[in-house]
Unconditional design. Structure first.
Length: 585
DNA sequence: GCCGTTTTCGGCCCGACTGTTTTCAGTCG
């Protein structure tokens, strides 16, 4: 669905690069094309729906009449005449280099005009032959950095999945916090906003002005650091030994800590809006604080809350700072109170040794009760028979498992454990366990584990119609970096889920994150009941609940929209209500 | 090229670090 968006955004981005190449007189045009490119890239729907609707396209942020025409031209003809013209004056082969660290428009212009280099290959050969040495502006370090940049860009894209980035980030954050000069330190950047994939790890550190330089040096010498990319006394960039991830550390004073945190958390688009608001009020906003434009007087900067207050906005949680309407809503002080990890009362999708989990049920129960004291219930949901590879249980197995669960509950003196199942949705939308068994479970998660190349809408709709199905597990079926999500008509599925009293899962496994934040936002708007699950197969995976909560928060999700913030009594009511609904068939 | 509840013209976020060169341009985030 979004492939077309990526293509269109790519063309606009390349046009922006062309205008950057053309120099100062075109620089604002370049910015305009970049903004439009990002808008298309962030679009929640397929850009193709605007093919015959210039008016709506024009209304999008950063897309005016002229760019709207060009997008429509591309959608209809597959090219943009203006872009074809631009390519005649700009060395197209070098355009892509502008996305590499260290390669800007001025550099590729010099390469082309002085050395007639117009492709990446020619550049690599020129570097190997030493043709750049002695050319004015190309010192030995610059040439070295160009080689490094090229090398890095040809290696696998160094983007990190959030769960890995969090691990690396928290590890070095912890080391930084232990340095005596550090008063405070926090993760910032897209990691703090909870994006699925991040490019680097940002950290903001508070220290006194006198300590900054010494601290910067110490940070570069931490054992986690494998290489130094840049090191001033307020900014340090290093590469982590473990993951090769880039870490940008900013060291600021207490006066500027909130401003720096705000600035380095982003998003870029969010910041630009904030700065514009400051401007309109006669102030200037930067990473050091909020200042009066004329007198330079410092107005605020110690905390993020201060900054938002001065700007007349409600505090905006990091997960919402994506310039997706949060500023307008914050101006009216109408932001939703987002769900938090402490609201969660239990995990409703996990696997024991009975199928493909690593632990026995009692060990999990004891671990979770100790580690998550706020939890009131834990639903064991092992696989059904079709999942042979995951040792799916037969109907008889489940009956035996019921007995075991009762015994453990009895031993622990609680009813903490609930009887559940992750039942397979077969190709025709039916389930692989009989109704007489399904009705005995406390909770039934139904999931697709086959037919990933099909449009699975009908299968999922049929599962929602089943009276004993309470939740659709990992509804999109994607595995990040491995398998694309299968095709689903989300409008239809969400409307069906809401109408039938079927919950949709936010599966918090790091390689799933399914529903995605964008789909959560859509589900919230359609009043679908959500459940945040870890799908844990090992004790350590119960920690992923935090990740699921982050996804929910990015989807503007309130506590009320998440079923497992409720007591078990309320969850039983949710289940009973569906069973009593009049059936279509 | 976009945008506007002072504006349809004249703005457009802003500062740090690097490298190469003697005072700054280019690039990044």
């Amino acid at each position: 669905m979004t492939t077309q968006n990526v293509v269109v955004a790519g063309v606009l981005h390349r046009m922006a690069s062309c205008y950057k190449y053309l120099g100062a007189k075109e620089r604002f045009r370049a910015i305009a094309y970049d903004v439009a490119s990002r808008t298309v890239n962030n679009l929640q729907c397929d850009v193709a729906i605007y093919k015959d609707d210039k008016k709506s396209l024009d209304e999008l942020n950063g897309i005016g009449s002229s760019i709207a025409d060009k997008i429509i031209e591309f959608l209809k003809t597959g090219k943009i005449l203006k872009f074809e013209e631009l390519k005649k004056t700009v060395p197209e082969g070098l355009l892509d280099l502008m996305d590499i660290v260290g390669f800007g428009p001025a550099l590729i212009k010099v390469l082309y005009e002085k050395l007639r280099i117009r492709t990446r290959d020619q550049l690599v050969k020129a570097l190997e032959a030493g043709r750049l040495e002695g050319v004015r502006g190309f010192g030995s370090k610059k040439i070295e950095n160009m080689k490094k940049g090229l090398q890095l860009s040809s290696e696998a894209q160094s983007r990190l999945f959030i769960w890995d980035a969090l691990k690396g980030g928290n590890e070095i954050l912890d080391a930084i916090r232990h340095l005596p000069e550090v008063k405070k330190a926090e993760l910032a950047g897209s990691l703090r906003r909870g994006k699925e994939i991040v490019a680097d790890i940002d950290i903001v550190v508070m220290a006194t002005a006198e300590d900054r330089q010494r601290l910067a040096t110490k940070i570069t010498k931490l054992p986690q650091v494998a290489g130094i990319l840049a090191a001033g006394d307020t900014k340090v960039s290093v590469r982590l030994a473990a993951s090769q991830a880039q870490v940008d550390v900013r060291i600021v004073t207490a006066e500027a800590y909130g401003a720096a945190l705000l600035y380095f958390t982003g998003s870029r688009e969010h910041n630009i809006r904030l700065r514009t608001i400051a401007r309109e009020k006669g102030w200037k906003l930067n990473e050091y604080g909020l200042f009066d434009l004329k007198t330079e007087k410092y107005l605020a900067g110690k905390t993020e809350a201060d900054m938002y207050k001065w700007l007349g906005l409600q505090y905006i949680p990091p997960e919402l700072r994506e310039e997706r309407g949060e500023i307008e809503v914050a101006a009216k002080h109408r932001l939703p109170v987002l769900v938090t990890a402490s609201d969660i009362k239990g995990d409703m999708h996990l696997h024991s040794k009975w199928s493909d989990g690593q632990e026995d049920i009692e060990t999990m129960a004891q671990y979770v009760r100790k580690t998550f004291p706020g939890y009131e219930y834990l639903v064991i949901t092992d696989h059904s028979p079709s999942e042979r590879i995951a040792h799916g249980l037969t109907a008889d197995d489940f009956v035996r498992q019921f007995v075991e669960i009762d015994k453990i509950n009895h031993r622990l003196g609680t009813d903490f454990l609930k009887k559940g199942v992750e039942v397979d949705i077969l190709m025709d939308g039916s389930l692989d366990l009989p109704d007489r068994l399904l009705r005995q479970f406390d909770w039934v998660v139904a999931s697709v584990h086959s037919g990933f190349t099909h449009d699975n809408t009908q299968r999922l709709l049929k599962a929602c119609d089943h009276p004993f199905v309470n939740c659709i597990g990992h509804p999109g079926g994607r595995l990040l970096g491995t398998r694309e999500a299968y095709t689903v008509n989300w409008e239809q599925l969400m409307e069906k889920a809401a109408a039938t009293g079927t919950a949709l899962e936010i599966n918090a496994q790091p390689e799933r994150m399914d529903l995605s934040d964008e789909l959560v936002k859509m589900a919230v708007a359609k009043k679908v009941q959500l459940v945040i699950d870890t799908d844990a197969h090992a004790l350590s995976q119960f920690d992923c609940m935090q990740l699921g909560v982050t996804i929910a928060r990015r989807g503007w999700c309130k506590k009320e929209a998440v079923l497992n913030t409720c007591s078990w009594r309320e969850i039983s009511q949710f289940r009973n209500k569906k069973q009593k609904m009049p059936r279509n068939k």
